[in-house]
Ligand binder design. Structure first.
Ligand code: ATP
Ligand code: GAR
Ligand code: MG
Length: 395
């Protein structure tokens, strides 16, 4: 029970992070009559454009974060990215604020070390071998232990930023420098992971709600330079892979606790299923659910965190998503080709409305439905190919 948005009894949801995923979360929350507040590090972020109010702060700054939360007193604090002053969220939770799914989940998943140690050392899940390093010397030693090829990533980053594959000792310094430039936080620490030669990789969207734990159909995806290019649902898996994947997803999400949707990233390899990482929030590869499921991952997240039932999740059709990425820095650009993309039946487009392009920045996504995922992938890829970012000459 709650009042209308902007009234005294409104249910207030504050999103920490206001990208394309948050935009959809806010739209779903508004459909249920929730008052929404978007926060991010820059103005006119996608979710800000649809929220009731917004704030621009450095979310890694604990006092700035506390002050906006104390001012607004939201009923629900919903982290949308990893890079947040999560220690402060832990304190705020102790003071009675509700953090989704829990402050501890956002603290553990904010840095790769927290979640990796929980998964591998406490829960005994199969992961790539790993080591951590704070300096170039330590990295050289860590690569020696793990062996090449290996993957080097800043402990705090997402969408592949600062991530590279180290193929021989000659690459170590380059990987170190790349990680230092690409990380979201001013922390030098990196993780070194053995390279897993997987057959495919999936995201298993897992919902924890009053109705218990529910799994969505597995989502297959292709990543380039650590960032997702296309995804499809359902991904074909055999019975033992499904059992193993669901066991891993249940184990890690139970350990994190709370209500909400989680994106459990898994590698399907010859020797079994590997846990890679988990987002305690909707996942980029899960944007496909906007076309393939009756309730998208965003609708599911909102239902779960409001304490509403999730009696079932239905895959309505096989579907696929394909991203549109920018290749340069610009504020003077237009998105073209929406008409052409939408000329095919069973295709939809989401244009995020980000105010600036950057090399590799995701700006829009094409979605497609078809009788088979192969066909859906083809349609989504074709549609994304028709979308274009037209930069003005002066940019
Ligand atoms: N140890 C590994 N072995 C093989 N491939 C890997 C490994 N680690 C990462 N990758 C590849 O890089 C991709 C991105 O890695 P990861 O998910 O750790 O980065 P991220 O920056 O957290 O990305 P996102 O925020 O999009 O989830 C993986 O989906 C996978 O394709
Ligand atoms: N893999 C995590 C992910 O996709 N997160 C999504 O990207 C936004 C940041 O985009 P930006 O870097 O373009 O601002 C985040 O706010 C979130 O919506
Ligand atoms: Mg990932």
């Amino acid at each position: 029970m709650y009042g209308s948005p902007l009234s005294a009894k409104a249910k207030k949801m504050m999103l920490l992070g206001s990208g394309e995923l948050g935009k959809e979360v806010i739209l779903e929350a508004q459909r249920l009559g929730v008052e929404t507040i978007a926060v991010d590090r820059y103005e006119n972020a996608p979710a800000m454009q649809v929220a009731h109010r917004s704030y621009v702060i450095d979310m890694l700054d604990a006092s700035a974060l506390r002050s906006v939360i104390e001012q607004e007193k939201p009923d629900l604090i919903v982290p949308e990215i990893e890079a947040i002053a999560t220690e402060e969220l832990v304190k705020l939770e102790q003071e009675g604020f509700r953090v989704i799914p829990t402050a501890n989940a956002s603290r553990l998943t904010m840095d790769r070390e927290g979640i990796r140690r929980l998964a591998a050392e406490e829960l005994g899940l199969r992961t790539a071998r790993y080591a951590f390093a704070d300096t170039l010397d330590e990295l050289t030693q860590a690569v020696g232990e793990i062996g090449t090829p290996c993957v080097i990533k800043p402990i705090m980053s997402s969408s592949g930023k600062g991530q590279s594959v180290c193929r021989s000792s000659a690459d170590i310094e380059g990987c170190w420098n790349f990680a230092q430039e690409g990380g979201r936080a001013k922390k030098a620490r990196v993780i070194v992971e053995s390279f897993v030669t997987f057959e495919s990789e999936i995201t298993l969207l897992t919902v924890r709600s009053v109705s218990g734990t529910t799994f969505c159909a597995p989502i297959g995806h292709v990543q380039k330079d650590g960032d997702y290019i296309e995804s499809w649902q359902p991904h074909q898996m055999n019975v033992s892979q499904i059992e193993e994947a669901e066991h891993i997803a249940k184990t890690i999400t139970d350990a994190l606790g709370g209500y909400g949707l989680f994106g459990v990233e898994l590698f399907l390899a010859e020797d079994g299923v590997y846990f890679s990482e988990v987002s305690p929030r909707p996942h980029d590869t899960g944007m496909v659910t906007m076309i393939s499921q009756d309730l998208s991952e965003f609708a599911l997240h909102v239902r779960a965190i409001l304490g509403l039932p999730v009696p079932a999740v239905r895959l309505v059709t096989p579907g696929a998503s394909h991203t549109l990425k920018a290749d340069r820095n610009s504020t003077q650009f237009e998105i073209a080709g929406v008409e052409e993309a939408l000329a095919s039946p069973d295709v939809q487009v989401r244009v995020f409305g980000k105010p600036e392009t950057k090399p590799g920045r995701r700006m829009a996504v094409a979605l497609a439905a078809a009788e088979h995922t192969d066909k859906a992938r083809e349609l989504a890829s074709e549609a994304a190919g028709r979308l274009q970012i037209r930069y003005s000459p002066e940019s």
